[in-house]
Every structure is written in structure tokens, then in C-alpha cells.
Design a protein around this ligand. Sequence first.
Ligand code: PFF
Length: 449
Amino acid sequence: MANIERDGFGSRFGVLVAVAGSAVGLGNLWRFPYMVGNNGGAAFIILYLFFVILLCLPIMFSEFVIGRRTQSNAFGAIKKIAPKSGWLSIGVISVVASICIMSFYSVVGGWTLEYIFKSFSPDFLTSDSTSLANQFSGFSQSSFMPVAMHLLFLTLSALIVVAGVKNGIEKYSKILMPMLFILVLLLAIRSLTLDGAGEGVRFLLYPDFSKITGETMLAALGQAFFSLSLGMGCIITYGSYVNRKENLFKISFMSAFADTGFAILAGLAVMPAVFAFGISPGQGPSLVFITLPQIFAQMPFGSIISIAFFFILLIAAITSAISLLEVVVAYFTEELKMTRKVAVVVTFIIIGLFGTFSSLSQGPLSDVKIFGKTFFDLFDYASSNVLLPVGGLLVVLFVGWRMKRADVLDELTSGGTIALRKSLFSGIMLVIKFLAPIAISIVLLNSIF
Ligand code: PFF
């Protein structure tokens, strides 16, 4: 089944950093801390861990199984197993969701770039939150700069993807991911050694279970999904580049562990500082662009910390953006027979254009609404609340009910070379067939109603 011509990952470390690179992104450093802040701290984290282990890991196995079995892009993979069937919608959802996510992800990536540049300016950091809020809205609502920054971010990501899987994605992930880890660790140490940091640690470690509601549970499940890059063909695509001998269990466990570790480390980098400076943890999405600079302003060497932080955010966003781009590029090259270069250019044009609308919808186009939402909110909503859960649901149903059980076992044991207890396999299949579809349906119904 292996195709010698096909590009792929060259080593286990390469697979790991690439998958972890896709998972660790704005979802960990920007979304996770404010979700924890909004949803009661440690109790939310415990629920999150529970969902990652019980539901996300089986979904990740499922995506890896489909990808490696077929050695194809997300659409081609489904086509090989179930041609001319409704299951092909998984492939369509993957490509559409990638484009939708990138159309706002790249805009936030552009903001991150701008904030690196801003951090070099001596009058950027101030402890006056109104001035920081004005700075943020002044920039993000203007026409030219945010669009230029979005296109610059997209260009950086596209340049990596055009170089291919082994020479682009794997090579840069190997450099960027360890760098990211060291920088977040340093930032966490800085934050933990501030006077009054203990309150923030308490917030992250001591659960208050009375804070758990149905809403919190759904928020934790949704966050786990987005953070692990599940439900939109990304792991199918990366799985197709994984060597036949590689242990898919190990890779899934290690990537999920790395992603969760990064999320907690990001929490430790942000929350102690938030508490040390007496700021409310439930600030929401503006936490990173408005609240954190306010904190940096009050720290010694604040400008350097600010540059480091936004640089970290940029690296994390780029290694995720390349995985989103690869889903589309792999589809264009394998299904529409484009060369990689042409595929990247076409993808760039599509996302460049949609991203421009999404950026302008923060300011000049804020009155243009589709289904009552601006372009930015529509791309965010359609992907996170509709396409991702539907995609994830279809993936587990596909592996549980459409694929041959023997083929799934064959992939999970790498052709019988890896021992897997029968009871464990049956347990996993049970989750894939019943538990996961039911749980995802609950998330989906919640987001619709
Ligand atoms: N997991 C990324 C993050 O946490 O920022 C976002 C993401 C990447 C979602 C790739 C989906 C995906 F396929």
C-alpha cells in the first residue's frame, strides 16, 4: 500500500513534533487560559483531562488509522475505503473546515506579529488598561495593517508548507517546538516567582466542584477537541505520512500528553501573573492582547518578556497553521493533480481573500452580517461549533461502523508487530462505536440550540 514517491515524515521525533506542533497553538496559549479563567479553574482542568483521555484519544487513534491505512489526503482516504458514498462528506468537511479556521486563525496570527513589533516600541507597555484596549481596537479595526499582517503570517506559513512534509513541516517543527517549550517554561518560571503568584497556582490546582455545570462540561469537551486538532482531517492527513512500523498508540499518547502539558504550562505562565497583579482571571479573549501587556508593564524587563511572549504565540500559531494548510494542499495535489507549488499558491489566494474579509469585518465591514454574524465570527462559529463536531462524529462512526474491524486492529498493531490486549482493543472499539458518538452529539446539539 505504501507509495515510494510519496513524501512523509522521516523519524518518530519528526512525527511527534509535527503532530504536537499542530495541536499546540492559539488554542493552548490564548484560548485555554481564558477558558480556565471563565470556567472555574482547576475543576475545568480536571474535566478537560478526563475528556482528553476518555474521548479524544480514541478519536485521535481513529484519524491516524484512516490516514495511515490509506496513505492519502483526507478526501482521498475516505474515497479509497468508501467510494461514491455519503462518507465522502468527511473529506469535504475537512477541506472546508481548514479554510474556515485559517480564515480567522491567520488574522489572529497577524495580530500576534503586530504585537511582537509593538513590543519593541518604548511607549507600548502601560498599566493603563483603557489605553491598551484602545490600542488593540485601534489596530485591529483599521483597514491596512491587520490585513498586511495576516498576509505576512500566511506567507510565512505557506513558505514552510511549500518545502514539503519532510523538508518543510518536519524540519521546522523540529526547530520550533523545542524552542517553544523552553520559552514557555521560562515565562512560567518568571510568572511563578512573582510576589503573590501562589493565588494563581491555587486557582489552577484546587478544584471547586460546585463550579461545574452542564455548560462547563461542554466547554471543556469543545476545548479538548479544538486543542488536539481533531475532527477535520488534520490527523488523517498527518497520519498518512507516518511510517507503517510506527506505533500509533504511542504517538497519540505522546502528542496528547505534550498538548495538555503545554496547556497547563501556559496556564502556569498566565494565571500566577494575573493574580499577582490583582486582575480578574475571567477576562475572556482579550486576555492576551490587553490584559497581559498590562501585566508585562508592571514587571521588570517587561518589554523583553512581552517580545518573548508574542514570539511564543507566533511560533505556536505557525506550527498549527501549517497543519491546517497541509490538509488543503494535500487535497489539491492528490485529488486535483496540482503541483505542490501551484496548490500552495491557490490555497494562499483563497485563504488570503477570506482572511481579508475576516480582518476587515473587525472594522470597515463590521456592518456586513451573514446569519447575523461578521465574517470573522462566522468562520470561527462555523468551524468550531459546526464543522469540527460534525467531522469528529462522522470520523468515529466511520471507523466504528464502516471500516473492517480487522483493518482497524491491523493498523493499531502495525500489522501484528505490536502487542495489543484483546480486552483493550474491545474497549477502544466500544468507545469509538458508542461513547464518543453520543458525547460528540451532545456537544453538537448544545452548539446548535
Ligand atoms: N490545535 C490548534 C490550536 O490549539 O491552536 C488549532 C487547530 C489546528 C485546530 C489544526 C484544528 C486543526 F486541524
